[in-house]
Design a protein around this ligand. Sequence first.
Ligand code: ARG
Length: 459
Amino acid sequence: KENKLWGGRFEKSVTDCVEKFSESVSFDKVLYKQDIIGSRAHATMLAHQGLMSESDRDAILRGLDEIQTQIEDGHFVWRTDREDVHMNIEAALTDLIGEPAKKLHTARSRNDQVVTDLRLWCRDAIHKIKTCIQKLQVALVKLALQNEGLIVPGYTHLQRAQPVLLQHLLLAYIEQLERDAGRLIDCSARLNFCPLGACALAGTGLPIDRFMTAEALGFTSPMANSIDAVSDRDFVLELLSVNSIIAMHLSRIGEEWVLWASEEFGFLIPSDAVSTGSSIMPQKKNPDPMELVRGKSARVFGDLMTLLVLCKGLPQAYNRDLQEDKEPLFDSVKTVMGMLDVTAEFAENITFNRERILQALPAGHLDATTLADYLDIPFRTAHDIVGKSVALCLSKNCQLLNLTLAEFKDLNPVFEEDVYEFLGVEKCVNKFSSYGSTGSDCVAKQLFQWTSKLDIGSN
Ligand code: ARG
């Protein structure tokens, strides 16, 4: 058996069972790029500070290049007995260049190394998630552009409430996603401080320059407290929290679209390209991708819970438990990106069933609130009068616009001939005209802003 990098004080080698149980290389090898970038910055700084010769530094930098090539070509041999990505790379470097490699771990511990890698990885991941969010926003804006003027029932309590433009509903999703992107940006700014040089927990007496490595790695500055630097995974928690909010938003879209694709609603038709069939019922066409978007949100929430519970009992500073931070992080990021991508693809492959939606619109007295607004009397009184008008419609099985002026006047003399300007979903929807409302002028303005912001051409 090879001697461990930490093996100096040990007389016996670790059992196979413990070795297998403790290794993390099987999943943390995805951090290889960040680990190599970090080592490059560290070696460059050590040489600059006179803690390593320039020739040793050059040998290390060349060796790291070679290792990166081997990894990317698939020739690198990852070894479980070398525990994790950090020791795999360091030991391979020693195999490759000999003595100089042994100087790389000067003024460094795996504790500051792993958390530096992880911050760099999260920074990249955030960038990728943001790109996926934008792709979905573009798909939603395009869907909105294809459906100008289409009015759909708006719901509260899943009961018919008021008419809204479909575009308005789609823009609501886009606004929610925009706040998610904003949360990612906040998270990225807060995590962008460099733990490297905190070493095991107490810092170091060697004359390193933490500002130099921080800058080389694109961090805002070094973290101020070495114990904090190696202890906390709040940045991972924050990213998993943001991911959970994204997943929750997508799950709601999933729920809505699954519902709308049902026979009962029939508002939405997914193309075959995003539907799947049943192994027993030949007639079935199911909106599985959006059901899975709804379902996968559970994993993303679970990943967040895993990390919260993982961290809550840990005394400062580094504890090996923290190795368990990686799989939930990787899973959450991969899952959320998949959810965003598939939702975008679904949006690109659905059509709205105008006929069914038109048939549905008369039911539910969607124009009742507008009618109450029309009455130029205290709102509570108007509410009561319109309530009585709706009751009359219910008894006659008709809509508000089918009541005659005489019937209206019978209910209350304040009704005039112009009441019909406020009835029926088409007239009614445009009465919602104040800022942020669903009227077509407001919606057109918002849509214009989004098409410019997302740089979407009219084609
Ligand atoms: N694989 C470890 C992790 O992921 C690296 C740090 C190990 N540090 C240690 N002192 N054992 O957290």
